[in-house]
Design a protein around this ligand. Structure first.
Ligand code: PLP
Length: 432
């Protein structure tokens, strides 16, 4: 799939870095793991000089385009005035104000450096606020690498047990067994199961944490009323409702899923599109909850106001506010989704499309997908065969069928046309 320089770099990397990558998700296998040279706009080039239309967008952060000039210029201007002070500056306050101005539920905001940190802090605040320890999360949702919620994310669904009494499965060795005491897992979109679990444990649950859609499992959408049910039941039992908008925030609408669905969580977490690739994250929400930080509740970090991240967020949010960027992405993404749908229909391949035009996925060989247990029945081998052929033709979705296709502002109509031509060809070829 890749050229000789890629293969040589993988060998060299594996001598010094475990798996030859700095995050497990970036390892696709021996000889099929990409190594990148540079990226600009909607494109990236691998170390062999091959060019791709990129639909991974670094797992979502790149909302404007790779190396977007207006953002990079602001970052350069700001870092020349110093990168880190362990003191507070005006720009970070302006970023917090902008987040609060765009996302309906954000009354107070704290910054962080990654989505993992943002969810970890939000969980601590929720536990501190409620005086409870239990966390409820949904199978197939991912909230970062910390031990609190790295449960039932990517396990084979056979390990999850019966859906009436799901078994939380740790996604890694090294997570203390005792942490299982603090986690409840459930299939996404399981209205009845959620109500039952809340009846049994509601008064012990500190937080229900959920992605609005399953951004780490084919972007499976919430069924109508499911987010509202979470909102209602958490309120009834005095739990904190944390909406993890790390993937949806500043991508599916300027106000993220809160605006899109009109649902107000108690706390929400952001990263990714917030900074167009610069390392920045945020969490925030109700003043009553957030204002316990600093009053017996610890939160912070050396790099939480790092200037590249803060300046990147400032420039990105300014652009999102001033131009119809997400609307443009939505139109192009819709065209891509519709075109792909048509190709699968023409070739008699059942395909379920989920997610949003700026962030969508498709599951092959199934009729409906409402949770990870359904998704597991889809034809991953076919998805993968197509993805590998697409990559050989210069179109790069992720190698993992669960990972959505991400679009940015710089994906042009011509890129969409080229992508559709490639898929029309390879789907026909695979069908043959
Ligand atoms: C919904 C969600 N939450 C949290 C995270 C963790 O973010 P990070 O990789 O920045 O730590 C991710 C990462 O993909 C995510 O998709």
């Amino acid at each position: 799939m890749f050229g000789p320089k890629t293969l040589a770099l993988q060998k060299r990397a594996q001598e010094i870095v475990p798996l030859g990558v700095n995050s497990n998700f970036r390892f696709w296998g021996e000889g099929i793991t990409p190594y990148v040279e540079r990226a600009k706009g909607a494109y990236l080039w691998d170390v062999d000089g091959r060019k791709y239309i990129d639909y991974r967008m670094a797992f979502g952060p790149i909302i404007l385009g790779h190396s977007y000039d207006e953002v990079d210029q602001k970052v350069i201007e700001e870092i020349q005035k110093g990168i880190l002070f362990a003191m507070t500056g005006e720009l970070e306050i302006a970023v917090a104000e902008m987040i609060a101005g765009m996302a309906p539920a954000m009354e107070m905001v704290r910054l962080a450096c990654s989505g993992t940190e943002a969810t970890m802090h939000a969980i601590r605040v929720a536990r501190a606020y409620t005086g409870r320890d239990l966390i409820l999360k949904f199978e197939g949702n991912y909230h970062g690498f910390h031990d609190h919620t790295l449960w039932s994310t990517y396990a084979p669904v056979e390990a999850y047990g019966n859906r009436r009494s799901p078994i939380p499965v740790p996604a890694s060795s090294g997570i203390p067994k005792s942490m299982r005491e603090f986690i409840i897992t459930l299939p996404f979109n399981d209205f009845e199961g959620f109500e039952r679990m809340m009846r049994s444990y509601g008064e012990q649950i500190a937080a229900v944490i959920s992605e609005p859609c399953q951004g780490n499992c084919a972007a499976i959408n919430p069924q109508e009323g499911f987010l509202e049910l979470m909102r209602r039941k958490t309120e009834e039992y005095g739990c904190v409702f944390i909406l993890d908008e790390v993937k949806t925030g500043f991508r599916i609408a300027n106000g993220g899923a809160q605006e899109y669905y009109g649902v107000q969580p108690d706390l929400a977490t952001y990263a990714k599109a917030l900074g167009n690739g610069y390392p920045i994250a945020a969490f925030g929400g109700k003043r009553e909850i957030m204002s316990i930080i600093g009053h017996g509740v610890a939160q912070g970090g050396t790099y939480t106001n790092n200037k590249p991240g803060v300046a990147g967020a400032y420039a990105t949010l300014s652009l999102l506010k001033s131009k119809p960027i997400l609307k443009t992405i939505e139109q192009r993404g819709q065209r891509l989704m519709d075109g792909l749908k048509e190709i699968f229909e023409e070739n008699d391949i059942p395909a379920v499309f989920t997610g949003y035009p700026a962030m969508f996925a498709f599951s092959l060989g199934v009729e409906a997908v409402t949770c990870q247990r359904d998704w597991a029945q889809s034809d991953h081998a076919l998805y993968l065969k197509l993805a590998e052929k697409a990559i050989e033709c210069g179109v790069m979705p992720d190698h993992d069928a669960r990972e959505p296709w991400f679009l940015c502002y710089e994906h042009s109509d011509a890129d969409i046309d080229e992508t559709l031509n490639v898929y029309a060809e390879i789907v026909k070829e695979v069908k043959r």
